[in-house]
Write a protein that binds this ligand. Sequence first.
Ligand code: B16
Ligand code: MG
Length: 223
Amino acid sequence: MTRFSDIKGFAFDLDGVITDTAKFHTQAWHALADQVNVTWTPELQESLKGIDRMGSLEMILKAGNKQDDYTHDEKVALASWKNNHYVELISGLTPDDILPGMADFIKELNDKGYKASVASASKNAPFILDRLQLTDSFVGIVDPSTLTANKPDPEIYVRAAELLNLPSEQVIGLEDAASGIQAINGAGEVSLGIGNAEILHDADIRFDATADVTLANIAAKLD
Ligand code: B16
Ligand code: MG
């Protein structure tokens, strides 16, 4: 088992870890589901966390057994309708929208010489980090459009460790979604889950909320 002294870098999921854009994704996908007459349920909502844009659309259509009702071009148009709505909703983000404790935690990492990168499935991640004034806190952001597979595939977390220039055993990945925890575990990093224990049962260590994530608390759980 990895010890805290082995850790040199952190790979961050964005949505649900650094800021709560999930509520805006939910609002925009719910509107899309209404438009295509698919019933919105809490289970469908939870299952979309961490899933890329086209993958999310497919899951919504599938939930209503409508996956074969649209051509590829029509699906691209639906996804882009959702994204336009979503971008409108997130354009008002400010540093006040950073989740509790996360600005302090990221500053603590920067001050103590730990490296940090971003492993978000969101193509809007650079825009969001810019709005939150956090771009300079990270050595890099994985570009999800260059991936061959999305979460729960480990590729995005493998790439996040490459950006840190660290072997996976020296990296902690932070996630709020089960698909992301699976991706971190598959990449051979230490998985840190934030949220519900039932959903994040595969996480190596877990905190109830972002406010609990500090280096001291991580060290206490790892060692
Ligand atoms: P976009 P994360 C993910 O972000 C969201 O959890 C997921 O709901 C969303 O569909 C995905 O990004 C793609 O986002 O449409 O902005 O490219 O949790 O991986 O930071
Ligand atoms: Mg997330």
